[in-house]
Design a protein around this ligand. Structure first.
Ligand code: GTP
Ligand code: MG
Length: 199
């Protein structure tokens, strides 16, 4: 995908604040600090379009970005950061769920996990929730660069079993540091955009 433009549209907490929904949209969802914002920057080849941080809880609203004047990426707050008070976590959860259920132009969720970690209960709950509500998702395991070659394969196999139980689906691997996996992930995204347009 050739990126000709990528601009921040707006941040939203409630559905009233969402920008108009006339073009297809993809949402980036996952645990706090997993690398959602970094993944968007890496996909778009823009180092600082989306703010990232070593401190979890950086993204606190739903941030909308218009790409190529054609489709939208949304960066969502992460879940599961212990230092964010329960009351706020509850509010974020409602904000995320409302968005995922209401956004009519949402094509798919890019569900991001850490390749190095075993699935947490929160991740498995999100997967179950997405499936129960029939929200299309693509599972992407990031931070690939932090593992050795042999560990990569081992972890990938382990996570595929944990999430998909050796079914037909498979996760994608990614590194926002080296952009490994970029072509494959764009392939999946482009496929969905074209399918949406009926090509
Ligand atoms: N080595 C390496 N570091 C990464 C990768 N992706 C993200 N990081 C680092 O992980 C930290 C968190 O990244 P963010 O992109 O801010 O994570 P986030 O999921 O948006 O975090 P919140 O908005 O707080 O939920 C930063 O220090 C990033 O540099 C990756 O693929 N490889
Ligand atoms: Mg973020």
């Amino acid at each position: 995908m050739k990126i000709t433009s990528a601009e921040f549209l707006t941040g939203a907490v409630t559905s009233k604040q969402y920008p108009e929904s006339t073009c297809p949209e993809l949402a980036f969802v996952g645990r706090s600090n997993v690398g959602k914002s970094s993944l968007i920057n890496s996909l778009l080849n823009r180092k600082k379009l989306v703010k990232t941080s070593q401190t979890p809880g950086k993204t606190q609203e739903i941030n909308f970005f218009k790409i190529n004047d054609d489709f939208i990426f949304t960066d969502l707050p992460g879940y599961g950061f212990a230092k964010v008070p329960q009351s706020i976590q509850k509010r974020w959860r409602k904000m995320i769920e409302d968005y995922l259920l209401r956004r009519k132009n949402l094509l798919a969720v890019i569900f991001i996990i850490d390749l190095r970690r075993s699935p947490s209960q929160l991740d498995l709950n999100l997967q179950r929730w997405l499936e129960a509500h029939r929200v299309e998702y693509l599972l992407v395991a990031t931070k690939l660069d932090k593992l050795s070659q042999s560990e990569r394969k081992k972890q990938k196999d382990k996570l595929n079993i944990a999430y998909f139980n050796e079914g037909e689906r498979e996760l994608l691997v990614y590194s926002s540091k080296s952009s490994r996996g970029r072509k494959e992930l764009w392939g999946e995204i482009t496929f969905r955009l074209e399918e949406f347009r009926g090509n």
